[in-house]
Design a protein around this ligand. Sequence first.
Ligand code: PMP
Length: 297
Amino acid sequence: MNRLAQTHSARTGRGKSWLNGELMPIEEAKVSVLDHGLLYGDGIFEGLRFYGGRPFKLSRHLQRLRQSAQALCLDFGYSDDELAQGVQDCVAGSGLSDGYIRILVTRGEGNLGINPSHCGRATVVILAAEMELVCEDKKRLGLRLITASTKRVTGSGLDCRVKSLNYLHSILAKTEANHAGADDALLLNVQGLVAECSAANIFIVKQGQLFTPPVTDGALEGITRETVIELAESMSLGFLEQSMSPWDIYTADECFISGSAARLLPVASLDGRKLRQINGPVLTALQKAFIQKVSRG
Ligand code: PMP
């Protein structure tokens, strides 16, 4: 095994991949340097977790993948059943009980020009591997956020609901957080309203009521976000989708982020303003219900 492959497999740990219908070890899955996913970020993806060998909300993730594909006029030749089988094969082949699944579809191999109509068939990749985003301490102490100067651009033609392979806004925001010594960045939209974090949605709690911004303020339609809303409803917790500014977060009782990789994580501070409660009663109750739900499948 060469050095690069060693580093790569050390990073991913155990895992399995599926490339255009073929199951193989992750280190052996390769795509062309002429793939427009690499050349232009022309593609889409999904990230989800599996618990006890069962992918959580796979059909909803496949639906969102198809919605992203539809928005980008990206046809790919696999049915949901074939993708679900690929996911199951990767999960079984990974040897893991709990882990993370990445499904990605690129425009495929083309020439050096941008025109997608010169590309052949789409490249479809599924990966199942280990994924731990934060250390245990962060789950207890909460995340320190900064407000990024990078904005979520709404109304630009590329809807933030498309989960595209181009994550440069998120990466710039995360880089700002890294430089500031923070854990993650909050992105506002060009109107100054809260959109989301670099790879997660955001919630606040005020006087026992839960709030999150509408996705039209520049957020992904997060599936964990949807799960939190379902849980809040089943727990008869007041919930409102409402535009918010950083002020609403500074003055909240609790704040947390949601994502398939992150799950539910408390926010300790935003721009140095400490939140009143980290792992407060609402987040604690939601986390308990979330764990029960994912373990039921
Ligand atoms: N926003 C962005 C930008 C993300 O990348 C993610 C992670 N997929 C989320 C929100 C959360 O979405 P989900 O709960 O579907 O993982």
